[in-house]
Design a protein around this ligand. Structure first.
Ligand code: MN
Length: 441
């Protein structure tokens, strides 16, 4: 067993919430991701919930009916507010204690009175609306998949696909926090300036090359002071948990605007995140070595290197993209899997991204979101965006039902899934990150 696992990871644990024991659920008792919800048809402030099977444990109800009489600490306070802010700011040991308490409450061998009360704190997932879990102050998107960077680079610079800095410095851009939306929110096709190769002047209109990017995001727990840098040895303690992210991208707008300062309006119109944050501790059994750099690649500079990062800096998370078009839905055809990849193939670890981000003294704040960049593998069935999958739109994808796609069309729904599996441990998942494309205004 990895040393950082504890009683909450025990694969033999079952819950008295029956659906949590389904082998296919993303949310068994070993996972316990947190999110923010309101009940449909109820006028209420958002509440913190923990996903368990197809149910949600309402943490403010748990606090009121059970915990307040038993515990008196920051954890209880953090659970009763209408945002995840305070939970995120807890010390790692307190976050661990939070998981232990919820785990014990939900165990099948819990026959105490508190179980009776906890049964009254369940809400069915069908009956809620999920919300962006925290006020996201800042959002940064990296470019950490070397396969993605190489594939994209080849299209624009065939003789030098990777820029000379790529293996030395984690590349990123500052994203837009205001347009981050929760899974299920419709995505309006953006309009913008584009210029075709064979024309002299640009035109303004709806993007014709709308794309998705399959990414993993992580939320900052407690931050760092401005002027102070995080050390790679401590960086992970600032990672509260992970989610799936779709960095919607208008490739035609991007192509015309990206030089010299990088992407701007081609990406700032929307980013979708999955609603459940899988806490870092829940992922302990699925930690893997950082990407093994091939012979000839430089080793990371000392501030981006540590033994722990080399041995356990990676996350083994399987990722999938599915597409469902309007026509497929009308014909009753199930969403079609476009690709699958794995977060363990990222060239830079999250700890390296975070360390690098603060290396100039930039301060991170609780709730800030950092995303990995498109996660692509080396083979065509593992490319994390349409730009790669269709070679810039030149090789369309065929869909069941006979349609073809170069880029996204109105009515297309993009669905990401993510999950972790390992022998000797319970499979856990991230749930879904969905978005449907609406026509331009
Ligand atoms: Mn991206």
């Amino acid at each position: 067993m990895p040393s950082s696992t504890n009683e909450t990871h025990n694969p033999n644990l079952k819950s008295w919430v029956k659906s949590a024991n389904d082998p296919n659920t993303d949310f068994p008792i070993q996972n316990l991701p947190v999110g923010l919800f309101t009940r449909k048809y109820v006028e209420e402030l958002p509440r913190i919930g923990v996903a368990i099977g197809d149910q949600i444990l309402d943490m403010s109800a748990v606090t009121d009916t059970i915990w307040e009489t038993v515990f008196e600490d920051m954890i209880v306070d953090a659970c009763s507010v209408e945002s995840l802010d305070f939970l995120m700011m807890l010390e790692p040991e307190e976050q661990s204690e939070f998981r232990r308490r919820v785990n014990r409450l939900l165990r099948a061998d819990n026959f105490g009175d508190e179980r009776y009360f906890a049964e009254g704190c369940l809400v069915s997932m069908d009956e809620v609306e999920m919300h962006v879990p925290v006020e996201i102050g800042d959002y940064t998107d990296f470019y950490a998949s070397i396969s993605h960077a190489t594939n994209i680079g080849k299209m624009f610079r065939p003789d030098q696909p990777l820029m000379p800095n790529y293996k030395w410095v984690p590349i990123g851009y500052h994203g837009r926090a205001s347009s981050i939306v929760i899974s299920g929110s419709p995505i309006r096709r953006p309009s913008g300036q584009t210029k075709a190769d064979n024309t002299e002047t640009p035109t303004f209109g709806p993007s014709e090359n709308l794309d998705y990017e399959l990414e993993v995001g992580f939320f900052i727990g407690y931050g760092n002071d401005q002027g102070e840098s995080l050390k790679i040895a401590d960086a992970e303690e600032h990672i509260f948990g992970l989610c799936l992210a779709n960095d919607w991208s208008a490739r035609d707008i991007q192509r015309w605007e990206y030089q010299p300062l990088g992407p701007f309006l081609s990406k700032s119109f929307a980013t979708t995140i999955s609603p459940w944050i899988v806490m870092r501790e829940a992922l302990a059994p699925f930690r893997v070595p950082a990407y093994k750099r091939p012979q000839g690649d430089p080793q990371p500079l000392p501030y981006l290197d540590s033994l722990k990062n080399r041995e356990r800096g990676g996350f083994d998370i399987k990722l999938e993209v599915h597409l469902s078009t309007e026509q497929m839905r009308e014909k009753g055809i199930a969403p079609h899997r476009l690709s699958s990849s794995n977060a363990r193939d990222l060239y830079w670890t999250f700890a390296q991204m975070l360390t690098h981000h603060t290396s100039n003294g930039c301060n991170m704040r609780p709730g800030d979101l950092i995303a990995s960049g498109t996660v692509s593998g080396t083979t065509k069935d593992s490319f994390g965006c349409l730009l790669e999958l269709t070679s810039r739109g030149t090789e369309p994808i065929r869909l069941p039902g006979g349609e073809e796609r170069r880029f996204l069309e109105d009515g297309d729904e993009v669905i990401f899934r993510g999950y972790c599996e390992r022998d000797g441990f319970r499979r856990i998942g991230f749930g879904e990150c969905r978005g449907i494309v609406m026509p331009a205004n």
